[in-house]
Design a protein around this ligand. Structure first.
Ligand code: FES
Length: 114
């Protein structure tokens, strides 16, 4: 077999192995995440400060070393526009959440789940 073909095969296998490693690492991360916090990025929630909530919760997660256990996700309107910010913790709506009370509402939920 010509050397150029052998080199191409080697590169192809290296690429496949690196893709497999990325896939396995992502699976491992998903396995360790215990809490998913969804934050609505709809226009009504944006006006009420959902982008600031994202920053607030990112800092909270970092300060409490919860990066491996808690993940943040953006979400579309949850039908909470007139009640507060649309925030879900493992699929459960955080009732009456605002920029100012979100951490107080979230902490008991996290204590129960972690
Ligand atoms: S826009 Fe956020 S809950 Fe409706």
């Amino acid at each position: 077999m010509p050397q150029s073909k052998i080199n191409r095969l080697k590169q192809h296998w290296k690429h496949l192995i690196s893709l497999k490693l990325i896939f396995i690492n992502n699976l491992r991360k998903e396995e360790t995440v215990m809490v998913t916090i969804e934050i609505c990025i709809g226009s009504s929630c944006f006006v009420k400060g959902s982008n600031e909530v994202v920053e607030l919760l990112k800092n909270y997660i970092a300060e409490h070393h919860l990066e491996e256990k808690v993940q943040l996700k953006g979400a579309f309107c949850m039908g909470q526009c007139t009640k507060g910010l649309g925030i879900k913790v493992n699929g459960k709506i955080l009732e009456g959440a605002t920029l100012y009370n979100v951490v107080d509402l979230l902490e008991p939920e996290l204590k129960e789940l972690l």
